[in-house]
Design a protein around this ligand. Structure first.
Ligand code: ATP
Length: 210
């Protein structure tokens, strides 16, 4: 079974940085699918701007054009904080014989030790780190130790094993962020070409970032 990439995020809103990264990982790592999982109530962040239903709707519209992408509403449906470890445990139970790869950007990876029960993440999935500009793979501290113990450059490990490896993949760097899109919109400017037109339309019609 080809590995399933699990791409969690607030996606407030989803943009081309997310979509391009997901496509490159899908192809480079020969993933069976990339499953986008918008967070319901993200514990590491303040309130989201668009509500969970609207963020889910935006992700669903944005991914519809790519057959290798799917969306999973499990975190939006679950009550309480959206802890990634709980999501991965649930996906491991759902896909008991398929490798899983948690996709995260290097910026998010560097904050991993602040995540709830972070030591257990690799019990359920591999971690696939998408390299972003200006960030280095840690080589000291708890995260450096984790990388030293679990990293692999051999893609066969990601396909042959269900979980437990860290794999770093360079992707085309698109310095787009949801924060930038929200501030553009608030300033009355057009987010076109940073995010698909369908998302731009939802942003404008709903007024969610005004
Ligand atoms: P915000 O600006 O609100 O913090 P964001 O643009 O970073 O949002 P998130 O939904 O928080 O988006 O990110 C979800 C995941 O996508 C994280 O793992 C993050 O590292 C990754 N990511 C975000 N932007 C990019 C990008 N431009 N290229 C590659 N990965 C990205």
């Amino acid at each position: 079974m080809s590995p399933i990439g699990i791409f969690g995020g607030t996606f407030d809103p989803i943009h081309y940085g997310h979509l391009r990264t997901a496509l490159e990982l899908l192809q480079a790592l020969r993933l069976g699918e990339v499953r986008f999982i918008p967070s319901g109530d993200p514990p590491h962040r303040g309130d989201t701007f668009a509500d969970a239903g609207l963020r889910l709707q935006m992700v669903t519209s944005a991914i519809a054009v790519e057959p290798g992408f799917t969306v999973d509403d499990c975190e939006v449906r679950r009550s309480g904080p959206s802890f990634t470890v709980d999501t991965l445990a649930a996906k491991r139970a759902e896909f008991s014989s398929t490798p899983l790869g948690l996709i995260i950007g290097m910026d998010a990876f560097l904050g991993l030790t602040g995540w709830h029960r972070w030591e257990e993440l690799l019990d359920f999935a591999h971690i696939i780190v998408a390299h972003r500009p200006g960030w280095r793979v840690p080589d000291s501290g708890p995260l450096g130790e984790l990388v030293a113990r679990h990293s692999t450059e051999n893609l066969d490990h990601i396909h042959a094993e269900l979980n437990g490896r860290i794999y770093v993949q360079a992707v085309t760097q698109l310095e787009v962020s949801s924060t930038e899109i929200r501030s553009l919109v608030r300033a009355g400017r057009d987010p076109r070409f940073l995010t698909p037109d369908v998302i731009r339309d939802v942003i404008i019609t709903s007024g969610c970032y005004q």
